[in-house]
Write a new protein. Structure first.
Length: 235
């Protein structure tokens, strides 16, 4: 089982205008077919993606948040999409059921102080809690699992911890019979993490604006959007 992970928003004790933190987990059934779909999406929307990334009225952002470097495509970034491109993305990737998506939603203003003060620990807890629930309730198969998060979201010294934590918490307590392997990637080198990035940003945007209800209903009806876990409501 392969699961690709990215996030949007931030866990922070200062939550003004930053009420939500979203983690997207995509469980991929057919990696090759999804990578081909990714390439078709980029090629068919290339000019528009370049325009969005370089338009003069775009908000300033770090170079790591850009989709193009010196005019050459690098990676998809949901934060650079406008509403029309977000809707185009959802429509395109809803056509075939190549993956399932699970969301973890954390509300900053409802989190205990201990959660907001330790974002890396909270991220690991949220992933562990969600995997346990999804496996126990039959949403995910009980087998070896390779998790592939974006390495930019985790400090080097914390990267080894998640794998050990998941195996300790989920294998030793009998939740999982398989083992967990965590492989961090630069998202620019992993097309499917980029899809997780866009999906995380899309749900974050929906929570902030309510602008994508129709598209998310279609994603649910297609069976691709399987579950949204809310923390702390899911405690």
């Amino acid at each position: 089982m392969n699961i690709y992970i990215d996030e949007s928003g931030a866990i922070s004790p200062h939550f003004a205008n930053n009420n939500f933190f979203v983690i997207a987990l995509i469980h991929v059934y057919n990696k090759s077919a999804l990578e081909r779909a990714y390439k078709r999406f980029v090629s068919s929307n290339y000019a528009r993606l370049l325009e969005l990334d370089s338009k003069k009225n775009a908000k300033p952002c770090k170079s790591g948040s850009k989709m193009f470097i010196n005019g050459k495509f690098k990676e998809l970034k949901g934060a650079q999409f406008d509403p029309d491109m977000k809707k185009t993305f959802l429509s395109f990737f809803s056509q075939k059921h190549l993956f399932d998506v699970y969301y973890i939603k954390l509300e900053n203003n409802k989190l205990p102080d201990a959660f907001r003060s330790a974002p890396a620990r909270t991220f690991n807890y949220a992933v562990r809690f969600s995997l346990q629930m999804l496996i126990q309730n039959g949403y995910l198969p009980n087998e070896d699992c390779v998790l592939q998060p974006d390495e930019r979201n985790e400090k080097i010294e914390n990267r080894v911890f998640l794998e050990n934590y998941l195996n300790t918490e989920l294998v030793l307590n009998g939740t999982a019979s398989g083992h967990f392997f965590v492989r961090y990637f630069d998202s620019a080198c992993n097309k499917l993490i980029q899809i997780a990035d866009v999906l995380a940003n899309l749900y974050y945007s929906q929570l902030q604006t309510g602008r994508y209800t129709k598209e998310f209903n279609a994603l649910k009806n297609s069976g691709i959007l399987r579950y949204i876990l809310e923390i702390p409501a899911s405690f």
